[in-house]
Ligand binder design. Structure first.
Ligand code: ADP
Ligand code: MG
Length: 557
């Protein structure tokens, strides 16, 4: 279809708004254009977090010289033409807004050639106006370069984060598209450094290996299910490979990268009973279904979608993941209804007629009395007696509190105990992890980490903070980078680091402890500043007062 300006009646139905919010949104729109043009090779380059330069080259269809100026007109697109098309969108773009929006806030160059042309065309724009246009030959395809994004829009620049953060968003975004299109050869170069390169051989496991490392790729299990017209395919991690946040959940619908609480929830429901609280899987799933079955015209960035039959999609995804995990139908839990209006999951929790008769005493943050250890319950809780009743202490949370206080104290006195590793550990980071590492190098060094580049996203860990060096080091370092990259917590970086080290360095639930070990743990807990809460704010203990016990046993009324 040639590029044409959409009729007003179509434009009025399009979710309007700004598509160019930050460098990563420019990269997203350009990659989507390349994919829509049928490219099998896409090379992305960014400098200065994308604020200096973004360049995306492809080997797609190209744009005929006669249509090149039109491509930069608002609502000009070759992908849809009427209202009917809006009901069944099969391309990634359809609004005809990306190129003009970029040209309005940056200097843009485009260089393109189609297969039927003997010479291509080059055009440059400033402030949305064409300043140069000429014929130049190139192989078939298109290259768009965006210079100095928002340079003359200080109010917009103000909303951007550091060069490193914007770079890591670009890395994450390119990784997602590489996962969605394993048959396309992607390359990402950030500040002249090759950050991502896929082969385009069509094998999703190879892309996962490139992004998350070969160890993870080898363990992932295949998801494959056809449910009427809905097909759910991809890879998901066995329960042993869990992560501490949702950054590793990637969902695509008809290969469009989407953010969907519904899909998150359906997947996590499949892992119900297999993962501990706070653990999340690594999942790469594409759902393909007839375009009429979904609405992508909800938000300008097109990352939100609405399924016509939410419950069916929910069940298909849950079932596909459960089958991949080999979960038996009996263990399968009922799908939880999702309320579209509130965007909330209705609580699956049953409200009992009789709420538990005793109420856990509110724990003020104050010193602990001297406690006498009585024993261990379920290898998870320490049972202790105090001057006023019974204490149940969560061994993991308590140890977390101890380690957290100790790590922060060592750090603030610049006396972090470091342990060199006799055998340095090799670890391969994802492009995003690598960016986080680079952005936080000094902070990590202050905590005793010695991590050096080994080329090609491989790193050697040579030293660690001693407090955490005895546990799974790869796990601890990846969790740490996740937490530093997380936008959910606004804590200062030193607290994020200390929290993550404490959480992963601490004793686990299920670990049997000797009386001596329990006594030592309680003694150390007594010396912390806030013995009654773990660094995440959860209680470390439950206290049943003598009064409550007497009441429960009907000794007093
Ligand atoms: P949309 O993608 O919504 O159509 P854009 O502003 O992103 O709007 O692009 C306008 C038009 O320019 C597209 O419809 C397409 O015809 C053409 N175009 C943009 N980028 C490319 C590319 N990389 N290869 C081929 N054609 C392109
Ligand atoms: Mg587009």
């Amino acid at each position: 279809m040639p590029i044409r300006v959409l009729a007003t009646e179509v434009v009025s139905k399009i979710a309007a708004g700004e598509v160019v919010e930050r460098p990563a949104s420019v990269v997203k729109e350009l990659i989507e254009n390349s994919l829509d043009a049928g490219a099998t090779q896409i090379a992305v380059e960014a400098q200065g977090g994308g604020m200096e330069l973004i360049k995306v080259s492809d080997n797609g269809t190209g744009i005929p010289a006669s249509e090149l100026e039109l491509a930069f007109r608002r609502y000009a697109t070759s992908k849809i033409s009427d209202l009917d098309d809006l009901e069944k969108i099969s391309s990634l773009g359809f609004r005809g807004e990306a190129l003009p929006s970029m040209a309005a806030v940056a200097e843009v160059e485009i260089f393109t050639q189609t297969s039927s042309e003997t010479v291509g065309s080059y055009m440059s724009l400033r402030k949305g106006e064409v300043v140069r246009k000429e014929s130049r030959a190139r192989p078939q395809g298109t290259t768009v370069t965006v210079h100095r994004l928002f340079r003359y829009f200080p109010a917009r620049l103000k909303f951007l984060k550091s060069v490193n953060t914007e770079g890591s968003r670009i890395a994450h975004l390119a990784s997602q598209y590489a996962l969605a299109f394993p048959e396309v050869k992607f390359s990402l170069v950030l500040d002249k450094r090759q950050s991502l390169r896929t082969t385009g051989n069509g094998d999703l496991a190879d892309v996962v290996s490139e992004i998350y490392g070969s160890e993870i790729a080898q363990k992932m299990v295949k998801v494959e299910q056809k449910d009427g017209p809905t097909k759910v395919t991809g890879l998901t991690s066995p329960p042993s490979l869990a992560r501490s946040n949702r950054n590793y959940l990637s969902f695509f619908v008809n290969r469009r990268w989407v953010h969907s609480p519904l899909l998150n929830r359906a997947t996590e429901e499949a892992y119900h009973g297999l993962l501990m609280d706070g653990q999340h899987p690594i999942t790469v799933i594409n759902i393909s279904l007839p375009p009429q079955e979904l609405d992508v015209n909800i938000h300008p960035a097109k990352a939100q979608i609405k399924f016509c039959h939410e419950q069916t999609i929910f069940s298909s995804v849950q079932k596909a993941v459960e089958d991949a995990l080999g979960k038996t139908p009996i263990a399968r839990s009922k799908a939880v209804p999702f309320s579209v209006s509130s965007g909330q999951w209705q609580s699956p929790r049953m409200i009992m007629d009789n709420e538990p008769a005793f109420v856990v005493a509110q724990l003020p943050t104050m010193e602990l009395p001297v406690l006498r250890v009585l024993g261990q319950l379920a290898n998870t809780y320490i049972i202790a007696e105090g001057p006023d009743g019974l204490y149940l202490i969560d061994q993991h949370a308590a140890h977390e509190r101890i380690l957290y206080d100790r790590i922060l104290a060592q750090w603030s006195q610049k006396e972090v105990e470091v342990q060199g590793l006799l055998q340095p550990i090799t670890i391969e980071f994802s492009p995003r992890e690598e960016e986080t590492l680079r952005a936080n190098k000094e902070s990590l060094a202050e905590f005793g980490f010695a991590i050096e580049s080994f080329g090609n996203r491989s790193y050697l860990i040579r030293a660690m903070p001693a407090l955490a060096a005895r546990v799974n080091i790869i796990e601890i370092v990846t969790a740490l980078l996740d937490s530093l990259a997380s936008k959910e917590s606004l804590n200062p970086w030193e607290e994020k680091i200390a929290q993550s080290l404490a959480c992963h360095g601490a004793l686990r639930a299920g670990q049997q402890l000797s009386n001596e070990e329990m006594r030592e743990l309680i003694k150390q807990l007594e010396q912390t500043k806030q013995p009654r809460a773990c660094p995440h704010g959860r209680p470390t203990m439950i206290h049943l007062t003598s009064h409550q016990l007497e009441k429960e046993f009907g000794r007093i009324s």
